[in-house]
Design a protein around this ligand. Structure first.
Ligand code: PLP
Length: 258
């Protein structure tokens, strides 16, 4: 059995974070494990509060898993603060690391910060070099590079610039760009690929980013090539959005299939 580890935050309503990652791993035939970075108090309407774990607990969850179990891929989601980033980097630097998918989570759809402002630099300096691929959306790209992106040419340029910051491969997600299609730019360190899917009209999009990056990790854990893992993840998340559940009064969660 292939094994993937998610290092991320808990979403009490089950749509995003650790819960989305584990459902995705399960649906894609990979055994999922988790190192919890923070517990959020949230429903489909909004995030109410965040309780970070201690850096030591986050560090030790990761190290104890690697001591015991062969892990074929890691996904990193919500990392919250500089102290947690340092703990995660220290843990991953000390182990025989499989490919790491870094989703640079910064803010919830409802506007709650999931990464402290002062932690952005640490995310780039400490976690980008450990990652095989980063998967920012439009807002994350703009926050990381400090400039707006307007179109596909901007997404390509941003992908190369983010790659220069240390993560060799980059997927700039197009879900927040305008247009009838959701087009992602996939940069493998040398070439660009374009992945597109008709935009699905739904308000139930909670957890899409988490699901996508977890699906890439699942593909890599199963031995897919990078581009194949991303292509399959795009198909998976598009299906999960199309079948998203109208649960709750806010943004309902993406739906996972078994
Ligand atoms: N909660 C946690 C723990 C997350 O990791 C994320 C996103 O990565 C969110 C909430 C936000 O999810 P969304 O912006 O899809 O509502």
């Amino acid at each position: 059995m292939r094994v993937a580890l998610t290092i991320a935050g808990s979403d009490s309503c089950g749509g995003a974070g650790i819960q989305a990652d584990l459902k995705t791993f399960q649906a894609l035939g990979v055994f999922g494990m988790s190192a919890v970075t923070a517990v959020t108090v949230q429903n489909t309407r909004k995030v109410y509060a965040v309780q970070e774990m201690t850096p030591q607990v986050v560090h030790d969850q990761i190290v104890r898993l690697f001591e015991d179990i062969a892990i074929q891929a890691v996904k990193i989601g919500m990392v919250a603060s500089v102290a947690l980033i340092e703990a995660i980097a220290a843990a991953l630097e000390g182990v025989d690391r499989p490919p790491v998918v870094l989703d640079p989570v910064m803010i919830s759809k409802s506007g709650y910060p999931l990464l402290n402002q002062d932690a952005r630099q640490a995310l780039v300096a400490r976690l980008f070099p450990l990652a095989e691929v980063v998967t920012p959306n439009r807002h994350e790209v703009e926050a990381l590079l400090g400039e707006p992106i307007a179109d596909e040419a901007g997404m390509r340029d941003a992908a190369r610039r983010l790659s220069d910051l240390g993560a060799p491969k980059v997927v700039v997600k197009g879900g927040h760009m305008s247009g009838e299609e959701a087009t992602d730019i996939v940069f493998d360190g040398r070439d660009y690929h374009r992945l597109t899917h008709p935009r699905v009209a739904t308000r139930n999009t909670h957890g899409t980013g988490c699901t996508f990056s977890a699906a890439i990790a699942a593909g890599l854990a199963r031995g897919c090539t990078f581009f194949d893992a991303v292509r399959k993840a795009k198909a998976y998340v598009s299906g999960a959005i199309a079948h998203a559940l109208p649960i709750g009064k806010g943004h309902g969660p993406t739906h996972h299939f078994y």
